[in-house]
Design a protein. Structure first.
Length: 276
């Protein structure tokens, strides 16, 4: 069974040196796992027995399109009114525990690896129904309609049901588990899982318009962010603004995997609101 990294309780000792890996620049941020302690969590209106690590939010002049939260929900906790904004879509990705997700026409049980896409304006509820806390990622984005394309439907799956798609000419060392196809223009964001085998690389400096949130689920690597090479490991988070150069070298000994957000499939807006 795949194990997924998650924040842990506890603080470093008072003797700890302040030489960690946390960094915030004009192009990227790295939030290491060691700084995601219980004292930086938030409680959320409408949620019970839940704490949230808010690891990304719309920030003018940096990364503006999405928010990402890590939620820990104690047994019987959850929400009947989780999404406060009617125009916001969401993705849930469960890393531990048992979550009951109720949609208008169905109820689903999500366990580790469980994935749900939630379109804007749809009512949904969640409850931790197991004996242990549920841990999950909640990615939120203001949905941008596209003329001629319908709003996406809700769907629920698990990463174990989807075969990773190898990148060309990589001999399987770099692959992406895609929950939404690239040519489905109903969707204006993707949340995928990227996997590198030991020795796998991004062999060029990716530089493009898409904002990114990358949460390391497993393994370790050296990651190129703008002009810096940064060591990252399971439980770390990388937050990239548009056009931040990036590359990767996965050193092993096991797989290096991360949950990846990116905004896709829309024209650049110059003024006014989204297309109607």
């Amino acid at each position: 069974m795949t194990r997924y990294a998650a924040p842990q309780d506890g603080l470093p000792p008072q003797t700890q040196l302040h030489t960690g890996r946390a960094i915030f620049t004009e192009a990227y941020a790295v939030i290491p796992r060691g700084v995601m302690t219980q004292i930086v969590t938030s409680a959320l209106p409408g949620w019970t027995n839940t704490r949230a690590w808010i690891i990304a939010r719309p920030l003018s002049g940096f990364s503006e399109t999405f928010a990402q939260l890590i939620l820990e929900i104690a047994p019987d906790g959850g929400s009947n009114t989780p999404e406060p904004d009617a125009g916001v879509e969401g993705v849930l990705f469960v890393t531990d525990g048992t979550l009951t997700l109720t949609l208008p026409n169905a109820t689903h049980t999500l366990t580790a690896g469980g994935y749900a896409y939630l379109p804007p304006g749809m009512a949904w509820t969640v409850k931790a129904t197991g004996q242990t806390p549920v841990r999950l990622h909640w990615i939120r984005k203001l949905y941008e309609p596209a003329p001629g394309w319908a709003t996406p439907d809700a769907f629920v799956t698990n990463e174990t049901r989807i075969a990773p798609n190898p990148m060309p000419d990589t001999q399987g060392r770099w692959a992406t588990t895609r929950f939404v196809e690239n040519d489905d223009l109903r969707h204006d964001m993707q949340v995928n899982i990227v996997t590198f085998q030991p020795g796998g690389v991004i062999p060029f400096e990716e530089t493009h318009v898409m904002e990114h949130g990358l949460y390391v689920l497993e393994g370790k690597a050296v990651y190129r962010l703008n002009q810096d090479w940064v060591e990252v490991e399971a439980g770390d988070y990388m937050w990239l603004r548009a056009f931040c150069p990036q590359a990767c070298y996965a050193g092993g000994p096991g797989s290096f995997r991360y949950l990846l957000y990116k905004d896709v499939n829309r024209h650049m807006r110059f003024s006014g609101g989204f297309a109607k």
